[in-house]
Design a protein around this ligand. Structure first.
Ligand code: NAD
Length: 313
């Protein structure tokens, strides 16, 4: 784990690197912009013309296909929705089309099996590959303060870390290929569970006549303290940056949390791990999604726990 002030990374950053950036959505758009801001030559591709226009305005070079983006790339970065997109793009348009010297980094959140399958195919074709999913939402993507969890060969980590530096606050090697995705789904399963616990406790506090803001003062300094309480309190007021202050818009969508919890359950089933709280959390977010709130921040679960869905605008 190294902070972004690492002198080696900074000196690498000054050299202009030819980067291919594929997937310029909510996350990838800001990430590609930060690579361009750092002075790199970023050839960018997305299926969406709007995303390409935004990338151009941010200093990237829009191109017409993945193959065109990766043709001369030294580093290829992908930020795509899910496993099937990543498998398809790597097999059809990156492996064999990028120079075999290129470093391939997938930052999407996908299942561990897909990450390992793509890593194996890339390595058989002579490439270095890393799975490097991120923690931090769109604000961190724009600010260049994401946390990356990396699965790669130990000898490739320094180059991966340097390539990610303009987009990162911290980069941690989790282990070999697939370990980055494993870290990501375990972390998000923990977050999904801790948010439900936080919402449940606030709903109970309210029913017991305890002011939820006063409960924040106590829980954030007691053994109930966790990130969901201290940095993302689901009741408006105590944490001004939390989505609870803007009717749970923006932030981390319930549908995204549900996707990550499904990945965790699939991985647990394959590995024979017992994750009863993760299973319960998945069921709760699936219900909230089914009720039409998949686009809201996941901390809006508080209103379900309070039995006050009508308070959502
Ligand atoms: P998004 O849907 O906004 O962006 C994905 C982009 O990929 C879209 O612009 C889409 O057009 C593009 N795309 C799809 N298939 C393509 C293809 N074949 N070629 C080129 N472009 C293609 O999603 P997002 O919010 O940016 O999330 C991307 C990844 O990051 C997901 O795996 C998500 O789970 C993960 N993630 C998201 C957040 C968040 O807060 N949004 C946080 C952490 C991790």
């Amino acid at each position: 784990m190294r902070p972004r002030s690492n002198p080696r990374s900074t000196s690498r950053r000054r050299a202009v690197t030819k980067i291919a950036f594929i997937g310029l959505g909510n996350m990838g758009g800001g990430m590609a912009a930060n690579q361009a801001k750092a002075g790199h030559a970023v050839r960018a591709f997305d299926l969406s013309a709007t995303a390409l226009d935004k990338a151009k305005a941010a200093g990237c070079i829009p191109v017409d296909s993945v193959v065109e983006a990766v043709r001369d790339a030294e580093v290829v970065i992908t930020m795509l929705p899910a496993g099937p997109h990543v498998r398809g793009v790597y097999v059809d348009s990156i492996i064999g089309a990028a120079p075999s010297t290129a470093l391939l980094i997938d930052c999407s959140t996908i299942d561990v099996d897909s990450a390992r399958a793509v890593a194996n195919q890339a390595r058989e074709a002579g490439y270095r590959f890393a799975d490097a999913p991120v923690s931090g939402g769109t604000a961190a993507a724009e600010a260049g303060t994401l946390a990356f969890m990396v699965g790669c060969d130990a000898r490739d980590f320094a180059d991966v870390e340097a390539a990610l530096e303009p987009m990162s606050r911290i980069t941690i090697r989790a282990g070999d290929h697939g370990a980055g995705q494993a870290a990501k789904i375990c972390n998000n399963m923990l977050l999904g569970i801790s948010m439900l616990g936080t919402c449940e406790a606030i709903a109970l506090a309210e029913r017991l006549g305890l002011d939820p803001e006063r409960f924040f003062e106590i829980a954030s300094k007691s053994s109930g303290q966790c990130w969901s309480v201290s940095s993302y309190y689901p009741w408006p007021g105590p944490v001004p940056t939390a989505p609870s202050n803007r009717d749970y818009q923006g932030g981390f969508a319930t549908a995204m949390m549900l996707k990550d919890l499904k990945l965790a359950q699939e991985a647990a089933a394959k590995a024979g791990a017992t994750t009863p709280l993760g299973a319960q959390a998945e069921a709760m977010y699936a219900l909230f999604d089914r009720l039409g709130h998949g686009g809201r921040d996941f901390s809006a679960m508080l209103q379900l726990m309070r039995g006050k869905l009508d308070e959502l605008a």
